[in-house]
Design a binder for this molecule. Structure first.
Ligand code: GAR
Length: 188
């Protein structure tokens, strides 16, 4: 059984989608969720879904080996950042080469980088009158949103769309594609 660890910072709809998808899989499962936010809605989702969840602070994550040691004992085949907003420390990445991936709600390299997350991305897409946007699933490296791209899917942006309309389209793409891409990576 392949082991997936998910990192999330907020609502956790992607985390829940991954958990539910892999509950029906014989090959992989989400064994743990880690969050930097002790008030994140993702923790309620984990409780409901009976998935182990741990909240950590900045010192545990990037100034000590605490989170690294949790990961080492979880022995993940894949670490999935699903709405995780902190920069992933290089010393943890080095322990898990090619095993950390992220989902970003835009067509990278457009609309990536520090501060570009969630609604900030959709607001920028709408104010720039983009005709299309989408999702990117990519490997994580030491820079925000710059690792090798694994998968992209697009949707149209209509002149009448506001940021919430775009967010809804992105949400649908994420729900439809993310678990399948993760499954393919694990089986590849
Ligand atoms: C998702 O749209 C994800 O792509 C985005 O945050 C949202 C989290 O939603 N990630 C980023 O913006 C990362 N830069 P969720 O908590 O409901 O899964």
């Amino acid at each position: 059984m392949k082991r997936i660890v998910v990192f999330a910072s907020g609502s956790g709809s992607n985390a829940e989608n991954l958990i539910r998808f892999f509950k029906n899989s014989d090959n992989a499962s989400v064994i743990q969720v880690l969050t930097n936010n002790p008030h994140a809605k993702v923790l309620d989702r984990c409780k409901r879904l009976n998935i182990s969840a741990v909240a950590f602070n900045r010192i545990a994550f990037s100034k000590s080996d605490d989170v690294l040691n949790i990961l080492k004992s979880s022995q993940p085949d894949l670490i999935v950042l699903a709405g995780f907003l902190w920069k992933f420390p290089e010393f943890i990445l080095n322990e898990f080469p090619n095993k950390v991936i992220n989902i970003h709600p835009a067509l990278l390299p457009k609309y990536g980088g520090k501060g570009m997350y969630g609604m900030h991305v959709h607001n920028a897409v709408v104010s720039n009158k983009e005709k299309e946007t989408g999702i990117t699933i990519h490997y994580v490296n030491e820079n925000y949103d710059e690792g090798a791209i694994i998968f992209q899917a697009k949707c149209e942006v209509f002149p009448t769309d506001n940021s919430n309309d775009v967010a809804a389209k992105i949400h649908e793409l994420e729900m439809n594609h993310f678990p399948i891409v993760v499954e393919k990576l694990l089986n590849g």
